[in-house]
Design a protein. Structure first.
Length: 155
């Protein structure tokens, strides 16, 4: 009887050791996983804060914020009429919103990110009080929602 209990105890302990080795084999420690997740979250928050700051300042009239510090020289804005390349082309495109609308409200509804990319669901509201891409002022209210994919500079 004692021999049987010892044998079962031995096999039980070997099973526990093998199970522990199998579950930890090749798996990063929880601390490394947690650190990686926290780093990714902090980076996403920094990127999102920079994006929000840039467009908030731009929509308040600080057009100089669209510069090489925040944008790649060869930034691309994809439009219905074709791609616009370069900082000045980007700035000129978005200036249409400043000249075309008053009472501007720009809100990021939701954002997700991975690596150096952000996907944002946004909302733009304003009153059409100026020329907008060649369309004369109508006085109409605009409430436009969309989604944008951004690759962050030095992200």
């Amino acid at each position: 009887m004692f021999m049987k209990i010892t044998k079962n105890l031995f096999y039980g302990m070997v099973s526990i050791v093998l199970l522990a080795m199998a579950t930890n084999c090749g798996t990063p420690s929880p601390d490394k996983n947690t650190d990686a997740l926290l780093d990714a979250q902090a980076k996403l928050e920094r990127d999102l804060a920079m994006y929000e700051d840039t467009w908030s300042r731009f929509l308040k009239g600080d057009t100089a914020i669209v510069n090489e510090d925040r944008f790649q020289k060869d930034v691309v804005v994809v439009t219905e009429e074709g791609d616009l390349v370069g900082i000045e082309a980007c700035k000129k495109f978005y200036m249409n919103y400043l000249t075309g609308f008053s009472d501007i409200e720009f809100t990021i509804i939701d954002a997700i990110g991975q690596g150096d990319r952000l996907v944002k669901h946004w909302n733009f509201k304003g009153t059409h009080t100026g020329e907008f891409f060649g369309i004369p002022a109508s006085g109409n209210k605009l409430n436009l929602s969309g989604t944008t994919l951004v690759t962050m500079k030095d992200g």
